[in-house]
Design a protein around this ligand. Structure first.
Ligand code: FES
Length: 102
């Protein structure tokens, strides 16, 4: 059976990638070499903050970790923790702040 494919547009890097429905974002970010970075991978550091610009209905639901870490108004604007997000289906457009100075 052919698996369904979602399209993820990494807007900040101008990269579009196809993934199987249901794939966690963190699973393919390395592979596509986008500048979105991850730290703890558990929803507690905030390094992976990303905004779902389009297709919010096409990603997994907000987790408890995200509710704890992000402000309600940020969640309202589509901000998520990338390590917590799975791409469910269809088209999703993401943007994030590029490399912060260390
Ligand atoms: S990698 Fe730490 S919150 Fe996502």
């Amino acid at each position: 059976m052919e698996s369904l494919v979602a399209h993820v547009n990494f807007k900040s890097d101008n990269v579009i990638h196809e993934v199987e429905d249901g794939t966690p974002l963190i699973d393919f970010c390395d592979e596509v070499q986008v500048s979105l970075s991850f730290g703890c991978t558990e929803g507690t550091c905030g390094v992976c903050e990303v905004t779902v610009v389009e297709g919010r209905e096409n990603v997994s639901r907000i987790t408890e970790e995200e509710k704890d870490y992000l402000l309600p108004e940020d969640l309202e604007e589509g901000m998520r923790l990338g390590c917590q997000v799975k791409i469910r289906k269809g088209d999703v457009t993401l943007s994030w702040k590029k490399a912060k100075a260390k």
